[in-house]
Structures are given as C-alpha cells and as structure tokens.
Design a protein around this ligand. Structure first.
Ligand code: C5P
Length: 220
C-alpha cells in the first residue's frame, strides 16, 4: 500500500461506520464506507427494476453505473448513474435487498478491485475502510485490522435510536435477518488471525473512537 490502511469490519449496528468516520477525522485520514457501494448497486437495481435474483443482470449494472463516493470524513457523499444517493441508500427498501447484490461473487470481485484502488489513492496519509470483508478479503495486508463488535442487544438498541418509523421488533427482525444473510457470504462475527477485536458493548461512542485511534497509533 502507498499509505497507512486501516481495515475495520463488523456487523450491522456495531457502529463501525460512525466510529471509523470519527477516528479518520481525528487522524486526518480518508474514510471509505464500502457498504455504500453495495447499497448504491442495490438502489440502482431497484431503480431499473432489475430482478435481484438474476446475478448476471445485477452484475451487468456495473458496466455503466458511474459510482462515486467522497472519502472526506467530514463530507461523505455518494453518487450513482448521475444521481446523488447519499440519503436514498439508507432507506429500508435498500437495506432489505442489499444482501442480494452483495452475495454475487462477480460483484464482490469487481467492488473489491475498486476498493483497493481507492485505498491506494494519493491524498490523506492514511485511510480507514469499513465493511464486512476488509480485514479478510479486500485488505488482509492492511497495516491495522480491527473487528468492531458489540453484543446483539446493544447493536439493536443503537439501531433503534437511528430509525424513527419502524417498531423495535420490526427493526430487530430486519437487522438480524440482514446479518444472517450476510454471514452466509462472509464471516464478520469472528476475528481472523491477526485481527484485533474491539468490543464496544460497554463503551460509549467517544470511548470507542478513542480506542480505535489508540489501536491505529500503537507502534507496530
Ligand atoms: O455497512 P452497511 O450496513 O452499510 O453495508 C450494507 C450491506 O453491504 C451489508 O448488509 C452487506 O450485504 C454489504 N457489504 C458487504 N461487504 C462489505 C460491506 C458491505 O457485503 N465489505
């Protein structure tokens, strides 16, 4: 790598996105949300009414999807096919189908290549990339690799704080179902060899950010 690469994986609601972004800000690093790419592809599939069970058709969307994401932790924005989708990709209709595009091996390979190019881009002295398979597949050779976890009840409570419209039970069902489907594709619940586990169950947000920054700054 041409710069310090920090890989962070974890399940839905572990706080990896907001924690990684805050840590990147503090370190003066770039920030790459890899889940945004899978979400943007799912958004495009819905927009073009592509059958999500048709792996070739989903993969075909990548031909001209013109995906762009800003890696400035202070201003993360996402565009696909000429439309800004920063907010739209967070909607439940996208979350509930994103696992279907993420399970297509050719999609994972193409996005993985794209992520690796972004990690090597010149600019900030380092980059924090977060997702499900960054520590294991995208950047197993990253300078720092962290699995950010939290107990299931804590994760569900955090997610409940984020969304207003659905009931707690419905939300629990959605998050658990997405983790179950994603787990069939990549293992992001157990730390691979050499990966540091950061359990945030008993930590508040600032403490978790500080813990991640400390891990990144630790001598290696
Ligand atoms: O991290 P986030 O919840 O935004 O990720 C959205 C979805 O993208 C996940 O549920 C998963 O299906 C997929 N994903 C993935 N590999 C990654 C990041 C995200 O499969 N590295």
């Amino acid at each position: 790598w041409t710069r310090t690469v920090v890989a962070v994986d974890g399940p839905a609601g572990s706080g990896k996105s907001s924690v990684s972004r805050a840590a990147a800000r503090e370190l003066g690093f770039a920030f790459l949300d890899t889940g945004a790419a899978y979400r943007a592809l799912a958004w495009l599939a819905l927009e073009r009414a592509v059958d999500l069970d048709d792996a070739d058709a989903v993969f075909g969307l990548l031909a001209d999807w013109d995906y762009r994401i800003s890696t400035d932790p202070d201003d993360v924005r996402v565009w696909v096919a000429g439309t800004e989708v920063t907010q739209a990709i967070r909607e439940t209709r996208v979350s509930s189908v994103v696992s279907s595009v993420a399970r297509v091996p050719a999609v994972r390979e193409a996005l993985g290549r794209h992520f690796r190019l972004t990690l090597d881009e010149p600019g900030a002295p380092g980059v924090i990339a977060e997702g499900r398979d960054i520590t294991t597949v995208v950047a197993p050779d990253a300078s720092v690799r962290v699995l950010l976890t939290a107990s299931e009840s804590v994760r569900l409570a955090r997610r409940a704080g984020e969304l207003g419209s659905v009931t707690r039970e419905e939300l629990a069902r959605q998050v658990t179902e997405r983790d179950r489907r994603d787990s069939q594709v990549v293992d992001f619940m157990t730390a691979a060899d050499g990966v540091t586990t950061l359990d945030s169950s008993e930590l508040d947000f600032d403490q978790t950010v500080r813990a991640l920054v400390t891990i990144v700054k630790a001598p290696r």
